[in-house]
Ligand binder design. Sequence first.
Ligand code: CU
Length: 211
Amino acid sequence: MRRAPIVPAALLALAFLLGFAGPGRAEAPGVVSGVVARDLGEPALSGLGPIVVYLEPLEPEPGSAEPAPPVQIAQKNARFAPSFQVVTVGQRVEMPNSDAIYHNVFSFSKPNDFDLGLYAAGESREVVFEHAGVVKTYCSIHESMNGTILVVPTRHFARADGKGHFRIEGVPPGRYQLWVWCEKLPLRSRPLTVAAGTSQLLSLQLIPPPA
Ligand SMILES: [Cu+2]
């Protein structure tokens, strides 16, 4: 009886387990999740506003040349909807006027400042941010209209929920700088290496413990 086919099959399985994907095949992405707390003694996050965790790649990512699909921030009932949005550098942000009145969208937040001018109901204009940072948006007619856009240098981000939980899926293996953003607190960061097919559970503090 021929037993030869068993050996190549076993080798293939071993190569798969060790992560030796064939040429041109992407390695299995990882998952980075966890919980953000205010500090050790005070887990509550109320009153802090949105908290975003993002992974800035420290080396070029395979296949990341295509911009992320467009996102929409509407003008509805004289407010921005949503009033907070995370976008990636180079991603198109569509800003439709969903009200029956004229609106305008502008920002003084350099270097991402812009002014879309006044436009009518049903019309949509768009903006693309080329720089990471915080963009505060306003309408020149309505004081109630103010929004915040966080532009991040990566597609790998997640907004923490009310209890601080976050989950970033589909992270290509590689070296990253992990950033925790909260508008009311200083930015915090740490290096993070993501290995193929792994899942990491992190515990992050917004306020560092005293030295
Ligand atoms: Cu307006």
